[in-house]
Unconditional design. Structure first.
Length: 210
């Protein structure tokens, strides 16, 4: 992708991954990208505060504000167009992205999942539910996955993965902490690769160019 990445971040909570990406851009680790706006379905999201503190346009857009899903999606698209966004980063966004948005931004929406996809993905697999499932399955290794978003939960092309050991006596809380630390390394790295035009996507496969 040769053009500048104009990133819209979707977040529902604290937005620590959004902060990690923002810091990497501010530090010059990620070049050719900027965050043009933050959208949250939660009016109290810390991500909105972080955006405001950094002079980034912030929007609270909730499904409850609209009569139909189509109106909700249409409004988000209008906001994205006003921001001239050409890339979407999901950073703890607890709302399914509508098909209209996915189609409009095909292969230009990414998410980070707190496990090694394709295992431990799908509907209901978020937050500590994921870590509990990993531990219950007796896995010795877990991690995080950056993937492209398509119409199926946690199904799109895998861009990057990073692992962490699952220690004896691990709890969902301790594993969550380990995984979040590597998410803060992995997500900025993935965005850097997109910004440098090094990610190619064919079907459900992503390749990294040298």
């Amino acid at each position: 992708m040769s053009d500048e990445l104009k990133i819209a971040v979707f977040a529902s909570g604290r937005g620590s991954n959004f902060e990690a990406i923002l810091k990497a851009i501010q530090a010059g680790t990620i070049k050719g990208a900027r965050i043009v706006g933050v959208i949250s379905n939660n009016s109290g999201a810390g991500a909105l505060e972080t955006a405001a503190k950094n002079g980034i346009p912030a929007y609270h857009i909730s499904r409850r504000q609209f009569e139909a899903d189509s109106d909700f999606d249409s409004h988000i698209v209008t906001v994205l167009d006003s921001l001239r966004a050409n890339f979407i980063v999901l950073a703890g966004y607890k709302k399914r992205v509508g098909p209209v948005i996915i189609s409009r931004f095909r292969n230009r929406i990414v998410n980070i999942h707190p496990a090694l996809l394709p295992e431990f993905g799908g509907k209901g697999m978020y937050g500590e539910h994921v870590h509990a499932a990993v531990i219950a399955a007796g896995k010795r290794v877990s991690g995080a996955t950056v993937h492209v978003v398509d119409e199926v939960y946690d199904h799109g092309a895998i861009v990057l993965r990073k692992t962490v050991p699952v220690s004896p006596g691990e709890t969902p809380e301790t594993l969550a902490k380990k995984v979040l630390e590597i998410e803060h390394e992995l997500y900025p790295e993935a965005i850097r690769l997109f910004a440098e035009g090094k990610v190619t996507i064919s079907g459900n496969t992503a390749s990294i160019l040298p």
